[in-house]
Write a protein that binds this ligand. Structure first.
Ligand code: COA
Ligand code: AMP
Length: 635
């Protein structure tokens, strides 16, 4: 079928309000918007002002009451614990009402914040939906973060309640969450008034009298007594959630998502982008702690009346590289969305794809990849082995949905390996040089989006309008700075090549090298340090830290390097995947004292590099090359 994309994109461009107003008719509103886009609100305007709505109502109630009562809403498949569970829309309706009841009994009110620090269990999604039902603002924190990171988020969002579990499970180890939670609350000056703890059979925990409550006990008794809990009317412009993401410092940015615009864009994307119909099974193999998990494990599939999969496992090792195919076959998954790194892991374990043939994948239609650049080798392998279209699409925590992609539902455009294809309606993408002038077709530059951003994109940062302006709006007036660099080719296809800031992408996880440097610099024997991302075949990038040790320290370099590695794990968490610390005598700098991280990265990746004209002492780069070489980096 010929793609309808160009027509739809032009429809949006010629009448953005008409376009999004039409898309909004797919949502049930308690009161429709006074204005589709209101440019008097927030730092650059807001969507659907004056409207009242409830995201939980649109995700759950209208399906439970509208003929999907017995359809599976959530399938929980956990190869790591050997358990499975199906929750219908009717059951989900009862569960979220019971949980919302318990939460309000413990003091949570509309507008309050609630932190959710949970592994991949259905209760994590239920907690998000219960917050939405009450009109409370959730902030989910990924389980692989350490106590200090959790504390930063508690401090910034000041939650009334924290919902957590006794443990998470990683291959080969059970992670006790409760000590991390207790430590985080201890460090933070803000204390939540209550916590709800889901006790898991793999490892239970003690509850602190008067503060910690047993999730299953309270929710179970509310459910058994048949409590009902009405959805609150919230403003479309009210925050649904805050999701913290890495910025250029150790202080994460609280990306705010509203209720109305978020629902409209996500609902629209399910058919237009993913080509999925209500009632089908959609699987995003990510984690609820990341934006992909928020948008495409929880909200979008449920808004659309699909069945979503909550998968607690890994692409390999739980138990093997055939797990994804088993889940697709067993649950009738039509569309899978994951990060390229998951496919690189599978390809490494099962290069011939021999496990694929063991499963019936006849109902599987499309594979979507995002979170990091999809390398052409991985796309080719997936196309060859699965014989379905493999679609790269580009987005950010800040947008909550696709910026550029190949819209399957509007009709597939030709696939170009290495490119996430074309801008979605709502995004007027430009490529500018550092002075803000458009570059020529095919030339590399800063990728920016002309304001206003479309529905679902962040209206601001939590409690930080000024940081929002300086981070995203100031450098290129009239545009949102994506902090990605790339180019547009002669067919209008976008190529995303690199970040323009110090963010690195490790196994599809976004990490701040600046944040790691702050931790390393806190080690008593470290005088100075620099962290860069080095290309890695499996994870895309891995962090490597260069240390200068204080003069007069007599302990061995190895000992200090080990301590630095465990310090990053303790302070940021295992997710930082920081395993390489290299002691060097000096760091390469410009004459004005700026560390030449980009040049160091090129050397580490074995790429061509030029001696920077402003370098203070060129010999230092040779030293860095030698130090990297000793550790097996640098080609
Ligand atoms: N709780 C606690 N620890 C966690 C965790 C969690 N939820 N998630 C990851 N970790 C730990 C891992 O166990 C690992 O610890 P280790 O250093 O002791 O081995 C560390 O954090 C690094 O994790 P990761 O970078 O994910 O590496 P991995 O070797 O465990 O797995 C992949 C590699 C490719 C299999 C894995 O990253 C993956 O499945 N990725 C899928 C893509 C994805 O989810 N992307 C998210 C955005 S779409
Ligand atoms: P996150 O906010 O964690 O989703 O990370 C967003 C960043 O990941 C983007 O700014 C890009 O640098 C990178 N990214 C995400 N998807 C893609 C993609 N399809 N191609 C290239 N880079 C991507």
């Amino acid at each position: 079928m010929a793609s309808n994309y160009h027509t739809v994109y032009e429809q949006w461009k010629s009448d953005p309000d008409g376009f999004w107003g039409e898309a909004a008719t797919a949502i049930d509103w308690a009161k429709p918007a006074d204005k589709i886009f209101d440019d008097t609100m927030g730092p650059y305007g807001q969507w659907f002002s004056g409207a009242l709505c409830n995201t939980c109502y649109n995700c759950v109630d209208r399906h439970a009451e509208g003929g999907r009562t017995d359809q599976a809403a959530i399938i929980y498949d956990s190869p790591i614990t050997g358990s499975k569970r199906t929750i219908t829309y009717g059951e989900l309706h009862a569960e979220v009402q019971a949980l919302a009841h318990v939460m309000t009994e413990k003091g949570v009110k509309q507008g309050d914040r609630v932190i959710i620090y949970m592994p991949m269990v259905p209760e994590a999604a239920m907690a998000m939906l219960a917050c939405a039902r009450i009109g409370a603002i959730h902030s989910v924190v990924f389980g692989g973060f350490a106590a200090r990171e959790l504390a930063t988020r508690i401090e910034d969002s000041a939650p009334a309640m924290i919902i957590s579990a006794s443990c998470g499970i990683e291959p080969g180890r059970v992670i006790a969450y409760k000590p991390l939670l207790d430590e985080a609350i201890e460090i933070s000056s803000h204390k939540p008034s209550a916590t709800l703890i889901l006790q898991r059979e793999q490892l239970g925990c003690d509850l602190i009298e008067g503060r910690d409550f047993d999730y299953a006990e309270l929710v179970g008794s509310a459910r058994d007594s048949g409590v009902t809990f009405k959805c609150a009317d919230v403003k479309a412009t009210d925050p649904l959630y805050i999701l913290y993401t890495s910025g250029t410092t150790g202080q994460p940015k609280g990306v705010v998502r509203d209720n109305g615009g978020h629902m409209v864009a996500l609902k629209w994307s399910m058919n237009a982008m993913y080509g999925v119909d209500p009632g089908e099974v959609f699987w995003a193999a990510s984690d609820v702690g990341w934006v992909v998990g928020h948008s495409y494990i929880v909200y979008a599939p449920l808004l659309h009346g699909c069945t979503t999969i909550i998968f607690e496992g890994k692409p390999v090792g739980t138990p093997d590289a055939g797990t994804f195919w088993r889940v697709i076959a067993e649950h009738g998954v039509s569309v899978l969305f994951t990060a390229p790194t998951a496919f690189r892991a599978i390809k490494k374990e099962d290069p011939d794809g021999s496990l694929i043939g063991q499963y019936d994948l006849s109902g599987f239609r499309t594979l979507f990849l995002a979170g990091e650049r999809a390398d052409p080798d991985t796309i080719q392998w997936a196309e060859d082995k699965l014989s379905v279209p493999v679609i790269d699409h580009w987005w950010q925590t800040e947008t909550g949905w696709t910026i550029a992609g190949n819209p399957v539902g509007l009709g597939l455009l030709p696939v170009k390996h290495g490119s996430p294809a074309v801008p979605m309606p709502g995004y007027d993408i430009q490529v500018l040089d550092d002075e803000g002038h458009p570059v020529e077709t095919g030339a590399l530059g800063n990728i920016v989006v002309k304001l206003p951003l479309p529905p679902s994109c962040l209206p601001t940062l939590w409690n930080a309008d000024e940081r929002f302006r300086t981070t995203y709006l100031e450098e290129f007036p009239g545009y949102y700075k994506t902090a990605d660099a790339g180019y547009v080719d002669e067919d209008g296809y976008l190529f995303i090549m690199a970040r323009t800031d110090d963010i690195i992408n490790v196994a599809g996880h976004r990490l701040s090298t600046g944040g790691m440097e702050e931790v390393i610099a806190g080690h008593k024997d470290v005088a100075e340090c620099a962290v860069i991302g080095i290309a890695d075949k499996l994870k895309g990038q891995i962090p490597a830290g260069f240390l200068i040790i204080n003069s007069g320290v007599s302990r061995s370099e190895e000992e200090i390097e080990k301590e630095v590695i465990s310090l990053v794990r303790k302070k940021i968490g295992p997710v930082a995947a920081f395993k390489t610390a290299i002691t060097v005598p000096r760091l390469p700098k410009t004459r004005s004292g700026k560390i030449l991280r980009a040049t160091m990265q090129k050397i580490a990746d074995g790429e061509d590099w030029k001696m920077p004209a402003t370098i203070d002492d060129p010999a230092i780069l040779t030293e860095i090359g030698e130090a990297l070489h000793k550790r097996g980096f640098g080609g």
